[in-house]
Design a protein around this ligand. Sequence first.
Ligand SMILES: Cc1cc2nc3c(=O)[nH]c(=O)nc-3n(C[C@H](O)[C@H](O)[C@H](O)COP(=O)(O)O)c2cc1C
Length: 641
Amino acid sequence: MPLNHLFAPIRLGRMEVRNRLVMPPMSVNFGVDEQGFVTEQHWVYLALRAKAGTGMIVMGGGTVHPDGLDLPRMPRVWDDCYIPGLSRLTAEVKRYGARIGLQLLHGGRQAFHERRVAPSPLPSLAVVKGVPRELANGEIKELVVAHAEAARRARDAGFDFVEIHAAHGYLISEFLAPNANRRNDEYGGSFENRTRFLLEIVSAIKERCGRDYPLGVRYNGEDYVAEGWHLDEAVRLGPLLQAAGADWLHVSAGVYGSLPVTIPSMYQSFGCFVHLAEAVKRAVSVPVIAVGRIKDPVMADRLIAEGRADLVAMGRAHLVDPELAAKAAQGRLNELRPCIGCCRGCIQNVLAMSEATCVMNPELGREYRLGQPRPAARPKRILVVGAGPAGLACTRLLALRGHRVIVVEERARPGGALVLASRPPGRAELLEMVEYQLAELQRLGVEIRLHAVVDESLVHELKPDVAVVASGANPRMPQLEGLFESGLELSTVLDVLSGEVIPGARVVVLGSDQAAMVTADFLAQGQRQVAVLGGDHFASELAPNDRTSLRQRLAAAGVKLYKRASIRKFRAGELVIDHQKGQELLIGFSDLVIAEGFRSERGTVDMFRKLGLEAHLLGDAKSPRTLLETTAEADELGRAL
Ligand SMILES: Cc1cc2nc3c(=O)[nH]c(=O)nc-3n(C[C@H](O)[C@H](O)[C@H](O)COP(=O)(O)O)c2cc1C
């Protein structure tokens, strides 16, 4: 199906763009050295996406002032010394016909360091702690000039355009929002005053760089916090930005601490912010970019066809699959590597000051070192035991490199732990990882044998040179006195999610890892009363963006969470528990669901080694961990063998 709307050219101001697919700004916290100069890591990563055919690439977080640095490794543009490095980057990306622009950012009260400034001395709503210093009136005017100078440097470095970051609760967005801006001067109070800083920046850039230097503005359609910036004001501001010289508007949403968040997880619906862009679009005649959980190029095409947006930004979809544009343009949609909306490798890592990576694409940020998978020097016969995500990910790489691989799985279907992990509400996208891997293996002609018994006769039949044991993990049973005489129906998270056990109306879940918490959500459907006996943290393996939505769901369903809880004793139909707030009697519970972690299943590795076969443990079979670690490990092993 040709995506004619998505791949139609468009003009933004004087800039022709080859199509409407936008890679929005993403601060990946890599590819910038200690001194703030961009490195090969950054341009190889961006150039790959440009080469695939993306129309417009916005490089994230070009910081206009040292106080505005939002993360340690962001591109800097507050001094001319950064121009040569940035010039190298733009040249590398422009070779492939994409338009490359720089986002101009000042982190305001959401910056990671201690020199935070803001319109008013009010702390960020989340993530960053501490009260920022209030900007003096004269400093605001200096920052207007700083943005204009930064834009001039971007232009001199060869960027085709700049886009002002007036979204997500950073400095300019703080000026817009009544909850962050309590100023009494001409930059605070009325709508006219709160929007003054941004409008002055637009005018100053146009004056400094020339009216025809392409300039976009990214701002929020909604902050999604009390007393924040709302859609009615966003719609009102659109025509004013256009009149001031903005060549396009890019409508996003959310600030630190909002719900939904700016980078929504799998719990949020696809295109969750499109209605905001659509509303702004009705008020202006310049093109409007929509963003937010758009990962399907067909959906992107439809949004344009229906006139809801002029261009579509697909952020994480570009992190996951560097070839997104090529696959979409060539109709190879079944080859697309999907973002599963887990937020683990990308934004969670970045906010923890680490380099962005990706559960679905462990190569992200390492493209400059890895290149294409190297063909195997001596193709081997490789037996992979276990068709879970780690086994399949490793198999894909092994097969790509020319090894002859066969996957054996004892269960009736592939997917391993993800089959059950995808069953609780809102988690279905996890299975897309497996669907992608299976499509890849089919394309590569790899055989997957289901219902397989892995024993010596199989080894004699297949005669592998190497075995990879990725047979997963099973629930651990706790040692609790009286557990089996408690009268409670006992089950594990796997029993519940597989449907083998259907608990009664009142259930205690013992454990608080991600499996426990999504199972509690699963159980809370259908009016069950659920109590979770947790440790210090709940679902700590999930990214905050994902966990926040889950916690909200559990709260709405009335699931009771007990922190630092343990079972003191069982009595008929009763549990005496200790928890953070003291001792409590839980009465009338019928079921206890065990979610106390997992232990590796790796029996076959000894058999292989006894037979003198080289055998490698992989994934949860090596040690139970999250997908982020196991798929990265699968990638390493797939490249190494
Ligand atoms: C790792 C990461 C870093 C981001 N950094 C920025 C940034 O510097 N500036 C910005 O405006 N948006 C940033 N975003 C938000 C994205 O541009 C985009 O709005 C968001 O990811 C939602 O789009 P998606 O669902 O297509 O990923 C970032 C997103 C991610 C995942």
